[in-house]
Ligand binder design. Structure first.
Ligand code: MN
Length: 255
C-alpha cells in the first residue's frame, strides 16, 4: 500500500513525523507537506508563482518533500507529479496529524481538511486526522488511523468523500469509543486587538474563543466531548436540498 501524507502544520510539525514514521512500518509512504505552518489556509491553491518541492529528511524509508505552497497544493502536486516517480500508485491520502481540532464548521477553514478534500476531489480515498486538544498524543491518533486503514482495505471508500477524524486528548487507553458522526456546529467569539505599528499604521491581531454550544448527540463535537473518536464522512454536494422547493416558489423571471 502506498500512502501520500500531507498536513497544514508544516513539514517540521511533530504530528506529520509521528504519523509518517508509524505508517512506514507497514506501508510505502510519500510525504508532501508545506514548508511552513499553513493552518486555517483552507483550500487555496497557488496559481501565480512557481512551486518548489525540495527533498526533506523524515527518516529512513520515507520519501519526503517540502513545498512552498498550501496543503491543497501539496496533495495536488504530490498526486499530479511527485508520486509519478514511484512504482506503486497511491492508494490513500492522509492529512495530519493536526495539533488541534477540526470539528463542525472548522472544516471550512481547515488546511488539514483541505488536504484530504483535495485527495478526494482528485478521486483518491482520503482521511483527515486531528487531535482535539492537549496533551497531544500523536501515537494514539496514529493507532486510530491504523484501525481506519484496516477497515478501508476491507471496505474501500467512495471517491467523492473523505473521512474527517477527530481524536480527543489523552492516551489511547483514555478513549471511550469510536463514533460515526455528522458535522456539528462550532462557533468562535472573534476578538480583534487593535495596535499601532512602528510606522504609525493601525493593525489588527485576531484571536477567537470557542463559543460553548449544546451540540446534539450524533455530532462530531458531542462525540469528542464524551472522549470518543469522531469519524465524519464529508462530501462535496453543497446544495441545500431543503431549500430547492422553497426557492422554486419565488417569482424569478428575466422579464
Ligand atoms: Mn493545523
Amino acid at each position: 500500500m502506498h500512502i501520500l501524507v500531507s498536513n497544514d502544520d508544516g513539514i517540521h510539525a511533530q504530528g506529520i513525523r509521528v504519523l509518517a514514521t508509524y505508517l512506514a512500518t507497514f506501508a510505502q509512504v510519500t510525504v508532501v507537506a508545506p514548508d511552513r505552518p499553513q493552518s486555517a489556509s483552507s483550500h487555496g491553491i497557488t496559481l501565480h508563482k512557481p512551486l518548489y518541492a525540495e527533498k526533506a529528511d523524515l527518516g529512513e524509508g520515507i520519501r519526503a518533500y517540502q513545498v512552498n505552497g498550501t496543503p491543497a497544493d501539496c496533495v495536488k502536486l504530490g498526486l499530479g507529479a511527485l508520486c509519478h516517480e514511484s512504482v506503486e500508485p497511491v492508494d490513500l491520502v492522509l492529512s495530519g496529524i493536526n495539533a488541534g481540532s477540526n470539528l463542525g464548521h472548522d472544516i471550512v477553514y481547515s488546511g488539514t481538511a483541505a488536504a484530504a478534500s483535495e485527495g478526494a476531489l482528485l478521486g483518491f480515498p482520503a482521511i483527515a486526522l486531528s487531535l482535539t486538544g492537549e496533551p497531544f498524543d500523536f501515537m494514539a491518533c496514529a493507532k486510530v488511523a491504523r484501525l481506519l486503514i484496516d477497515q478501508f482495505v476491507l471496505h474501500g471508500l467512495p471517491k467523492d468523500t473523505y473521512l474527517n477524524v477527530n481524536v480527543p486528548p489523552g492516551g489511547y487507553e483514555e478513549l471511550t469509543g469510536i463514533e460515526i458522526t455528522r458535522t456539528g456546529v462550532r462557533q468562535y467569539q472573534n476578538d480583534y486587538t487593535k495596535r499601532v505599528d512602528p510606522l504609525g499604521r493601525s493593525y489588527y491581531w485576531q484571536a477567537g474563543e470557542i463559543v460553548k454550544l449544546n451540540n446534539e448527540p450524533g455530532t462530531d463535537v458531542y462525540a469528542v466531548e464524551q472522549h470518543r473518536v469522531s469519524v465524519t464522512p464529508v462530501t462535496f454536494d453543497f446544495t441545500n436540498d431543503r431549500l430547492l422547493d422553497t426557492l422554486g416558489t419565488w417569482h424569478l423571471s428575466l422579464g
